[in-house]
Ligand binder design. Structure first.
Ligand code: FE
Length: 129
């Protein structure tokens, strides 16, 4: 049997929980993520590949239970894709560089963009400014 070397590489690099979210599109339980109530200034990077994705300046408290941002650092850093799993029509957010699953984006954001990027803490690594 042929092994999927790219997925093996991710299995070695990521924790089981990170793998479940980043590579298998899982979701961390609401209100459990380490960056939910995190207010330091800095950059949130992809936990899979290190690409800079979101700035603390665009983070807000959405009450959803996941870290929320009104926009990415740069729109080319993330990919958005229609996701119809679980009988819902949602827009999935992925890291453009490694394809890792980050979360979903909704159009009920409170700020100027109207967007709410609802992102799993476990998909992110924080770098203090
Ligand atoms: Fe990535």
């Amino acid at each position: 049997m042929e092994s999927n070397t790219s997925e093996d590489k991710w299995k070695n690099k990521l924790t089981k929980e990170q793998y479940n979210v980043l590579r298998e599109k899982g979701t961390e339980p609401a209100f459990t993520g380490k960056y939910l109530n995190h207010h330091e200034k800095g950059i949130y990077k992809c936990a899979g590949c290190g690409a800079p994705l979101f700035s603390s300046e665009k983070k807000f408290n959405s009450g959803s239970g996941w870290p929320s941002f009104d926009q990415p650092i740069n729109e080319i850093k993330v990919q958005e894709k229609v996701d119809t799993s679980y009988g819902m029509k949602r827009t999935e957010v992925l890291c453009s560089k490694c394809g890792g699953h980050l979360g979903h984006v909704f159009n009920d954001g409170p700020k100027t963009t109207g967007c709410r990027y609802c992102i799993n803490s476990i998909s992110l690594d924080f770098e203090k400014e």
